[in-house]
Design a protein around this ligand. Structure first.
Ligand SMILES: Cc1cc2nc3c(=O)[nH]c(=O)nc-3n(C[C@H](O)[C@H](O)[C@H](O)COP(=O)(O)O)c2cc1C
Length: 208
């Protein structure tokens, strides 16, 4: 039976960040974690979604696969990994809306000492992966999570990703993450599981 729980809460409109999320999940599972993969939901109406071709169809398909993340998922987890496509160099509002639902747990100190980490995708090579990842470190710190960067702590990090978290460049959603991008994402999942296990053993993680 797995001794640690890892929540991967991501938003993805067209499947690029979803592909990274699945690789992060593989890495965490390989390290022995029980993994929950959850997709944050849209909160705009169908008339807005209809303005971007394929958005509604893609959301419907992904929502059939992944439940929406809940506060209970975050309470359950020993490690929480957030994934988002960049939005003007910052986190998507859909994922941020989920993070903002964690205020109750934050108030009770229930997230203190859990491992926290972030991953991202952009359209263009300098479109904001790093700024998005670094901007997400702020809510992680406020929530009391122990931030787990990917670093250059695995061979995969010398070929793809950033030291702040796994990334991909989708060239306007035309390109899914490469093998190297996915290896970096797997390393991220594995590393968060390893750190979460160590934090749990050390008694750092608040009781759910
Ligand atoms: C409102 C909006 C803002 C975006 N801002 C950026 C940006 O600042 N830089 C960039 O490279 N891509 C930007 N993108 C593109 C997406 O982040 C990118 O295509 C991403 O890979 C999509 O991932 P997904 O398939 O998981 O949704 C933006 C997309 C939208 C809809």
């Amino acid at each position: 039976m797995p001794d640690i729980n890892v929540l991967i809460a991501f938003y993805s409109r067209s499947g690029v960040t979803e592909a990274l999320a699945k690789a992060v999940a593989e890495g965490a599972a390989k390290e022995g974690a029980d993994v929950r993969l959850r997709r944050a939901r849209e909160f705009v109406g169908p008339e807005v979604m209809a303005q971007a071709p394929g958005w509604q169809e893609s959301a419907t398909a992904m929502n059939a696969l992944y439940a929406a993340p809940t506060a209970e998922d975050a309470a359950w987890a020993d490690g929480i990994i957030f994934g988002t496509p960049t939005r003007f160099g910052n986190v998507s509002s859909e994922l941020k809306a989920y993070i903002d639902t964690l205020g109750g747990l934050w108030f009770q100190g229930k997230l203190n000492g859990k491992a926290g980490s972030v991953f991202c995708s952009t359209s263009t090579p300098h479109g904001g992966n790093e700024s998005t990842l670094l901007s997400m470190y702020a809510p992680l710190a406020h929530l009391g999570l122990i931030i787990v960067p990917t670093g250059y702590a695995d061979a995969a990090m010398f070929k793809a990703g950033t030291p702040y978290g796994a990334t991909s460049v989708s060239l306007n959603q035309a390109k899914l993450p490469s093998t190297e991008d996915l290896d970096a994402a797997r390393w991220q999942g594995r590393r968060v599981a390893l750190v979460a296990r160590a934090l749990k053993k050390a008694g750092m993680i608040a009781a759910a």
